[in-house]
Design a protein. Structure first.
Length: 584
């Protein structure tokens, strides 16, 4: 009876617990279902133009971004997208995708980034795991742009073979370089473009096959030369003179060795030579103090270029630079079997310098001797002729052709004035928007360039040449040289004489030209050095300074031309002063 009551009590308790458990499960299921329903509801109403959580584009998070933002980012990444072709494990070609004609399908890309299908929206929780990671883009090829690109760039689809080279590093001979040439055919390139899967914002490696060519000089070709170079460097080398002996260490010897190979096509083209500058520098540093004996000065007294007396200076001594290089090449390079070399420093005699004490008399001989002496003073040409008195003349390099600079303008104006004298032209005729009178005035007085150029174009350069040749001027004076008008100092003097004596320009036209020459504005040369009245025309171009003149000196009249290169107006004035001191 007691047991029966106890059993009923237990059964009643279990029933209560079971009922409580079922209720909890029901509540849990209802809560879960509600949560899932809410999640699905959220997913159903998630904006169709916004990226899902955990979405990335080319490795960059775009979670929650709107479509316009993603479009802007995709455009930026597309501009950074490149294509490359690799050969032998290295990048050979690299271009931007856009330049080649690869066009991104932006709408397809953005659709992929923000895409969230309706059936996925019905799957609870898909919002959290459906966000895509997009690293590539769909593309279409603009065939016209690709064809144009290939036509313009196919020559660059190759890398030339690189010859192996022998170099010296410190005291070691090494072989470097020696890579194959690579070429990608245009068809292979196009095929690679069309079959590639393009990475966004990063390089896309095309699947291509290069053709390869061996260099003219391979690394294996230079092995024996490498051994020879190393043997030279390892030689025991000493230099000796009288009681002094200096050993050159391996690094020093290595610095003397030069390898000529830039244009080599075979091993036979590779040459070893001695770096003469470094060998000579080392020799001088070590031996100049005991070898060098300064030369003296030989003094020569001359009158009008004729030697009167001479006092010989002592002969000096110096290292024979050419011979020491020659002997070093013989002992170090040509006699490769030698392991030890002793080089005796060769010497040469050094002639004494010459000092000339020049004296010039007031005579034609003295005048000629003076202009000859200008040989010691630089690039100078002089011609001078007296127009009265003794009629002296002298010339140094007077017949040599040189750049006329603006002295040619005298010839052009002389031709124009002859045309006027012959009635074929008038002072008042127009050229370059002005009268010939004004144009010629500018040509001589201001040394204007546009006016004489206009006159040469009108008359013809060959016509002016013929005009001068018919009057005895040399063929060295020419207006048809490819670089600049040429003339000689003698021809300029001939022109000055012709103007003065009326044989080149006469009558009122001569008076007009002489007046222009008297008023020309550049007067630092002959004019500055003369004691007379100067009618002249100068020329300056590049390093050339020239001056030609008719000079009315208080004691006589003369014509002179001085043509120089890399000199100065003061030098021209100095020559003029000396010439006048000898003539008057």
């Amino acid at each position: 009876m007691k047991i029966s009551k106890f059993t009923k009590k237990i059964s009643s308790s279990n029933l209560v617990k079971r009922l409580s458990s079922d209720k909890a499960k029901k509540i849990a299921l209802i809560s879960l279902g509600s949560a899932l329903a809410l999640l699905v509801l959220i997913q159903l109403f998630y904006p169709s133009d916004r990226a899902l959580p955990f979405t990335s584009l080319a490795g960059q998070s775009v979670a929650g971004w709107t479509r316009p933002d993603i479009e802007r980012l995709s455009d930026d990444l597309y501009q950074k997208s490149t294509i490359e072709a690799r050969g032998k494990g290295k990048v050979v070609l690299a271009y931007t995708a856009s330049s080649v004609g690869i066009e991104m399908k932006r709408e397809d890309l953005v659709d992929k980034v923000v895409g969230y299908s309706w059936w996925k929206r019905l799957i609870p929780g898909s919002l959290l795991w459906s966000g895509p990671q997009v690293d590539t883009f769909a593309a279409e090829v603009n065939q016209s742009k690709l064809d144009s690109f290939v036509d313009a760039n196919s020559q660059s689809f190759s890398v030339p073979a690189e010859n192996a080279q022998l170099v010296i590093e410190n005291t070691e001979a090494k072989i470097i370089g020696g890579s194959q040439g690579m070429r990608l055919g245009a068809d292979q390139f196009v095929e690679g473009i069309k079959s590639a899967e393009y990475k966004l914002g990063r390089p896309t490696t095309l699947v291509t096959e290069f053709t390869y060519t061996d260099p003219a000089l391979r690394r294996s070709d230079l092995v024996e030369l490498q051994k020879s170079a190393q043997a030279i460097i390892d030689k025991k080398v000493s230099l000796e003179f009288e009681d002094k002996r200096v050993e050159a260490d391996a690094q020093t010897v290595a610095s003397w060795l030069k390898i000529s190979q830039d244009q080599a096509k075979t091993v036979a083209d590779v040459r070893f030579t001695i770096d003469d500058e470094r060998l000579i520098q080392f020799s001088k540093e070590q031996f100049d103090k005991i070898v060098v004996q300064p030369a003296g000065v030989t003094v020569i007294d001359l009158v009008d270029g004729v030697e009167q007396s001479r006092k010989e200076g002592v002969t000096g001594r110096a290292i024979d630079e050419a011979k020491i290089v020659q002997e070093a090449e013989s002992l170090l390079i040509e006699q490769g079997e030698l392991t030890s070399v002793a080089l005796t420093v060769p010497v040469r005699a050094v002639a004494p310098s010459i000092k000339k004490n020049q004296t010039f008399t007031k005579s034609q001989a003295g005048l000629q001797a003076y202009v000859n002496s200008l040989a010691d003073e630089g690039d100078i040409r002089v011609s001078v002729t007296q127009l009265n008195g003794g009629g002296w003349s002298a010339s140094y390099r007077g017949h040599e052709q040189t750049v006329a600079a603006s002295t040619y303008k005298v010839y052009v104006v002389a031709y124009a004035l002859n045309q006027i004298a012959d009635g074929k032209l008038s002072f008042d005729d127009e050229i370059k928007g002005m009268t010939f009178r004004e144009c010629m005035s500018r040509t001589i007085i201001q040394s204007d360039n546009s006016c004489p150029e206009a006159m040469m174009e009108k008359f013809g350069r060959s016509t002016i040449n013929s005009f001068l040749y018919e009057r005895g001027f040399s063929r060295a004076t020419t207006f048809t040289n490819g670089t600049a008008t040429q003339t000689t100092a003698n021809d300029l003097v001939k022109a000055a004489v012709g103007i003065e004596q009326g044989t080149l320009v006469s009558g009122s036209e001569r008076t007009f030209l002489l007046d222009l020459m008297a008023r020309q504005q550049y007067r630092q040369g002959i004019t500055a050095g003369s004691a007379g009245v100067v009618r002249n025309k100068v020329g300056f171009l590049w390093g050339y300074l020239n001056d030609m003149a008719i000079v009315s000196h208080p004691e006589g009249k003369y014509a002179i031309s001085i043509m120089t290169n890399n000199q100065s107006w003061s030098k021209i004035a100095e020559i003029t002063r000396k010439v006048e001191s000898l003539m008057y």
